[in-house]
Design a protein around this ligand. Sequence first.
Ligand SMILES: Nc1nc2c(ncn2[C@@H]2O[C@H](COP(=O)(O)OP(=O)(O)OP(=O)(O)O)[C@@H](O)[C@H]2O)c(=O)[nH]1
Ligand SMILES: [Mg+2]
Ligand SMILES: [Zn+2]
Ligand SMILES: [Zn+2]
Length: 374
Amino acid sequence: MSKIHCPGCGVRFQIGNKEEVGYIHEDVLLEDHNPICERCYKLKHYSQNILIQNNREETIKEVKQAVGNSKVVLYVVEIFDFEVSFDTAILEMLKNKKVILIITKIDLLKIHPTKIAAWVKERVRECKLDILEMAFISNISQYGINGVVRKIEKFYENNITMSVIGVTNSGKSSFIQNLLGGKTNLTISKFSGTTLKNVSQTMKDHNYKIIDTPGIIAHDRVIEHVCSNCAVKLTPTKLKVNDIKIKRENVFAIGGLAKVVAFSSHEETCVFEMAISNHVKTLSFNRKNWEKIDAEYIPEKITPPCEICKKRYTLLDKKTEKFFLKKGEELYIGGLAFIHAKYHAAEIEIEVPANIKVVKRNSLLRLSRVKVIR
Ligand SMILES: Nc1nc2c(ncn2[C@@H]2O[C@H](COP(=O)(O)OP(=O)(O)OP(=O)(O)O)[C@@H](O)[C@H]2O)c(=O)[nH]1
Ligand SMILES: [Mg+2]
Ligand SMILES: [Zn+2]
Ligand SMILES: [Zn+2]
């Protein structure tokens, strides 16, 4: 990598403005053999994020350029946010492209990879995507990484350019890091929007050129509407999968982010299985009490959102959607939760900000009974 661009995030170095991306102290730039920008340094060593304005249109332009130069696109989709990963801008770019779908973070679910594969294949068929191959991986345990290389080799022995694309935080840079046996300077962080520009790497054994790209912001995910600390809390490092009980007269609050009301023709209490990030708090409220406290106020106990982003979140336009879930179906709430009708059918009403995606689907959680061998 030349000394012109940061090998961590891809932006051009600059020494003039500490507040802008790409800033690096002149001495570091001159003396360090492998310099990285100050933002990457803080992300890597202190897990500290410097807030930057991430522009969706500029990012799309950058990713398009990488895709345009690539023979194959490795499309990275994380299993928890599967439904919001098929962004319209991405699908547009992938028209007439050879695509290998890489499903990451499968370690979050206690589901055997072959079952995840069957579920994904079914969902992808519904999305009408033309996919050359699929791989199911964990960047944490390295499960499936070698298999990806074999899949690429099957089609292209060497000398091709591939781009790695997807929505923010899906594990693109981690995946490249693993493909290259840890030998990259790419910055990986728990914060969304880490990579800012395209960064090229070479996989020497095969002479594959691999381009890391900035993640595309999916506005239909809750994390895009809270502060970066809350977004980290919402991004699961572990999934909490529990049974939840929602009484007929109650409102079930998922943090201060979504409200759930449920009805069943037979039962006073509806029971669901729910998966959420281990940092999200939930509480049941009597509906009358909730209406009193709801208007501009979310009780402190139920976070996220935190005190800083609560006001902004409560002011967002909301929508209420009703779904009838048959036993074995589940709702996916954009970047927030899976709610699975595990025991009986139920009608369920969700209130979330208007642009958050809520989708009914065949349950992924229902596959999680089998003991995982990993
Ligand atoms: N549990 C789990 N976490 C993962 C996996 N892959 C990546 N992560 C975590 O997800 C976060 C984001 O990873 P990155 O590799 O920076 O994601 P990215 O897609 O490059 O993100 P942007 O550059 O922001 O678009 C980090 O905290 C990673 O440790 C995985 O397979 N399993
Ligand atoms: Mg990245
Ligand atoms: Zn950088
Ligand atoms: Zn917050």
